[in-house]
Design a protein around this ligand. Structure first.
Ligand SMILES: C[S@@+](CC[C@H](N)C(=O)[O-])C[C@H]1O[C@@H](n2cnc3c(N)ncnc32)[C@H](O)[C@@H]1O
Length: 496
């Protein structure tokens, strides 16, 4: 077995070496490493097929066939009654399809006791199945295994038009692959997908999630240590496994090779309007979700808002100034100004890069009022293991009526266009800078980028509780994460 895995791995590597990086990226040819292929296949519960003599399999974007081998191996070992496998393997790229055909021949030779009827379909998977999408029931396959292509496509592309019911904004093709793969499952059929995790919470995937969770059940979520897979896909990747049956209550959760447990679907559902699903990595994470679900306020109930800083520097270059502010230039705060422990280092910050401007013309139309705000870095530095870096901005910090905020910052403000009070700012700071909040946020979002829309899924304490947190932290006069964590545990009963 090791030999044939190595042969397939070698064909993948040889192909990748023969192509330019851009070609690989543009065609989304991020092939699955063999150990991950085994992991993906291990999330499929084959026991329901134990009386089958036939099994039908779909690989919608087969590449060199890496996912096919471990699945056939499991079928052979665990389903002795199966004598015939039908396999449809789509691959759009002719050169890859040629390699795929050769690799499938190797696989057939190796498992020669089972009849494997194969079709390598050198076509676009979505377009080729367009007529099945609109049908009520299009089941054809018992098992789907997939690591779909990952690429933004146009809203007016043929693929988006075919699947318009689940398209909102500019779609990523992997989301269409997920929906079409599920559509092609037989009743009780199962489907394991390796993909970015974004579709489980992103606001542009609301329609996709409605389609999925109104018709199918998620039965396994496997996540990896950050940064392990596909570094050029700047997103955390997960394996999600589904069954074509409604209301399966339990979901298996696994993380790396270390953790695995069962939980209920409801325990990971962040809200049942958008069907956003969190990705826990431990039982502790399930407790975190449960604890936070006891809070009952949204940011907007509290009269607060969160926005992206309005200054996109390259679009406003004529108005920028590298010197500190004066009567014609308002101060400009950028992400590196915001440091841990509630520090803003505008005055000390050196002008190391061109983008590190310090002020912006007071005539610029994107300036905001010099109110109190809570500022949050949008992107955490790669070497910074802490995703949340925030600081209270007091309006007395600058003697200026207006303020510029770079679009790499997020800012909390009031919906009614008045200034946040300092207690509100410090209460929000204490809550958001706590370890409890950090744990919650990592379950919701697996990237280094904070998303404004994630805050609509997060519950907040009451206004009174926030004010208490604000007063207490000011009283302590310590702004470390430890102090915030301690205060959140004491006043909100949220334990880390
Ligand atoms: C991310 S790779 C994964 C390959 C394989 N499933 C694996 O796990 O190694 C996606 C593959 O899909 C192919 N592909 C891209 N768009 C496609 C389409 N519309 N229909 C079928 N295949 C497509 C690419 O050429 C690439 O080989």
């Amino acid at each position: 077995m090791q030999e044939i895995i190595k042969l397939i791995s070698d064909t993948q590597n040889k192909y990748l070496l023969s192509k330019e990086k851009d070609y690989i990226k543009n065609n989304s040819q991020f092939f699955t490493p063999d150990d991950i292929a085994y992991k993906l296949v291990s999330t499929l519960d084959l026991s329901q097929f134990k009386n089958n003599t036939n099994i039908s399999i779909l690989e919608p974007s087969a590449g060199c066939g890496m996912l096919i081998l471990p699945l056939i191996s499991r079928i052979k070992n665990e389903l002795p009654n199966v004598t015939t496998i039908t396999l449809d393997a789509y691959e759009y790229d002719s050169e890859v399809a040629y390699i795929l055909r050769k690799n499938i021949k190797l696989i057939k030779r190796y498992f020669n006791k089972i009849i494997i009827k194969t079709r390598v379909i050198n076509k676009n998977f979505i377009i080729h199945n367009s007529n099945k999408w609109s049908k009520k029931s299009s089941g054809k396959y018992d098992i789907v295994i997939s690591n779909p292509p990952y690429k933004k496509i146009n809203q007016t592309s043929i693929e988006s038009t075919i699947m318009k019911e689940i398209v909102y904004g500019q779609p990523n093709i992997y989301t269409l692959f997920i929906a079409m793969s599920l559509k092609l499952l037989n009743h009780n059929g199962i489907c394991a997908i390796l993909s970015p995790r974004n579709y489980l919470t992103g606001e542009y995937s609301n329609l996709l999630r409605k389609f999925i969770f109104n018709n199918y059940s998620i039965i396994h979520i496997h996540s990896f240590k950050r940064g392990l897979l596909f570094p050029s896909v700047n997103q955390e990747v997960v394996i999600t496994t589904y069954m074509n049956r409604k209301n399966v209550e339990n979901v298996n959760i696994s993380f790396n090779d270390d953790v695995s447990f069962k939980t209920s679907f409801n325990s990971i559902l962040l809200d049942n309007v958008s069907f956003s699903v969190g990705i826990p990595k431990s039982i502790n994470d399930i407790n975190t979700l449960k604890n936070f679900s006891l809070l009952s306020h949204s940011l907007y109930d509290l009269g607060f808002n969160i926005n992206v800083g309005p200054i996109v520097q390259f679009r406003n270059s004529d108005d920028l100034n590298k010197n500190t502010f004066n009567k014609n230039f308002a101060p400009l705060l950028i992400a590196p100004d915001i440091q841990h422990n509630n520090k803003i280092i505008y005055w000390e910050r050196e002008n190391k890069r061109k983008t590190h401007n310090k002020s912006i013309s007071i005539t610029n139309k994107h300036l905001i009022k010099n109110f109190n705000y809570l500022l949050l870095r949008k992107v955490s530095a790669k070497n910074d293991d802490s995703l949340i870096v925030c600081s209270v901005y007091r309006n007395s910090f600058f003697d200026s009526p207006l303020l510029g905020l770079d679009n790499n910052l997020l800012y909390f403000s009031k919906l009614n266009n008045k200034s946040l009070t300092l207690y509100e700012c410090y209460g929000l700071y204490c809550y958001i800078n706590s370890k409890q909040f950090l744990s919650l946020y990592s379950i919701i979002n697996g990237t280094h980028t904070i998303n404004v829309t994630d805050f609509s899924k997060i519950k907040f304490p009451s206004h009174d509780q926030l004010i208490t947190l604000g007063k207490c932290i000011l009283n302590e006069n310590s702004y470390t994460r430890e102090t915030c964590t301690h205060l959140v545990a004491t006043h909100l009963y949220l334990i880390v």
